[in-house]
Design a binder for this molecule. Sequence first.
Ligand code: 5GP
Ligand code: ZN
Length: 114
Amino acid sequence: MEDCLFCKILNKEIESNIVFESDNVLIIKDISPKAPVHLLALPKEHISSILEIDKLDSRLIKELMETISKVALKLGLDEEGFRVVINTGSGAGQSVNHLHFHILGKRKFNWPPG
Ligand code: 5GP
Ligand code: ZN
């Protein structure tokens, strides 16, 4: 989608540090990491937030989750625990309106989150 930062990253119009890519999913390093490991998992199809999840095929949703799980295991994030976050809406800190899953690891996380 025009004017979407993550669509531009997906189209390689903007550079990113790619950790994993398939036909449907891209995982990149966050440009401003909030943990020693901070990745963003993006569906290649543009939807603006989880509120539009009905627009995604259920197989794609499963593929996204499986990809997150595999990458987390590959990076050893399961050893100490890790966090997967979807910010939704500006009140929760969503700044890019293309659905993305933050994958954070390799530090201690507080609960409840701030
Ligand atoms: P949100 O705030 O919407 O939950 O998450 C957006 C994330 O995208 C932020 O963590 C921010 O650091 C990251 N981000 C913003 N611009 C870029 C960019 O150009 N490249 C990469 N790799 N990450 C970005
Ligand atoms: Zn987009």
